[in-house]
Design a protein around this ligand. Sequence first.
Ligand SMILES: [Ca+2]
Length: 394
Amino acid sequence: MLFLRKPFLTIFVSLLIAVSSSGHAQINGTTSSASENTRNSKEQALDSFLIELSMRDNLSIEILREAFRDVKWQTVARQYMVPSGNAPPRKNWTTYRANVMNAIRLDAGKKFLQEHHQFLDQLEKESGVPSALIVGILGVETVYGRNMGNFPVRDVLATFAFDYPPSPNQASRSAMFKEQLSDHILNCIATVNKSSVDASQLKICLMQEGSFAGAMGMPQFMPTSIRKYAQDGDGNGQIDLRKSPQDAMQSIARFLIGHGWKSGEPIYLPIATDLQNSPIVKDLADGDPIPKRTLGELRSKGVISKWPVGLTEQSPALIVDLPSITKNGGDAVEYLVGLSNFEVITQYNRSFFYAMSVTEFGQAVIQNGYQLPSKNTKQEKPPSTSNGRRDRKQ
Ligand SMILES: [Ca+2]
């Protein structure tokens, strides 16, 4: 799909065009002047951004403007990004996990594994990234390409870049989405890389569908990840994260390696049952995916007593907390020790629930082998394809 190794561009440059952006806005006659002003300021900010990009990367401002002429600000995506009103619901690992482990996803995982186990075996040998993890990520992200999102990526990225909902991190999030939008444009220009790019070609690529936050394809990569990590896996010379499972698998492995995956190391270590309620463990769980402890330190505090060969006293570690709601409405928390590779998975998505669910789901698929689900008599809960999370990796 979209990947640009070098931002080389052959587009005619036109830098000296007078700035005028407001002519394309479709203003509803009943719109208040306040919202008209907001709309105009968004469009002006977008236009200034396009001008800057055209100058920085030697792009035609006319083509960029034409490709963004009918941008539609995405109110639904804004609501998903920063839900208003009520406090967020209590976290419930038990429910989240059951939702991920649904029958549709497990069946799809087994079929995917049957079809691609040779490629996965080879990829694991070459990259050190376990097949189970690749299978887990693709299953949780999109059920192997079934649910890749239906938001126009151009418009959600523009919305978050220039109209991010009010929130404490509004400025940094806007800046991040500007970078994503810039990379999305460059990725698209690379795919339509011809001596004469036309706006309609560019627009088709820009308007491809993705998640509400602009993540695309089977692995749900954001544009910046596509730019850095997308790779041709099936050897056809193209990168297509939407249609090529091999390209998707290869790219996930490259993403994980790029974020420091350590071949042969486990993802987490269990904590003994009798220590689950220990105040020491509770105090060490700060919710941050960055490991601030070492295995030696955790051993000295009595949290763990040993670790597999290959890990050392200096190996980085963190305490992962997975809260659930009991049947009586009380709190129950499961703790474990996250290792360096756990932190690498959180680069894909910062949620502890996400990291554990891709790990456990992938293991469940691999442990079920290549059998088709009809041979397995165990029934799961009613199917749901929602993976239960709202935000996503960068
Ligand atoms: Ca390919």
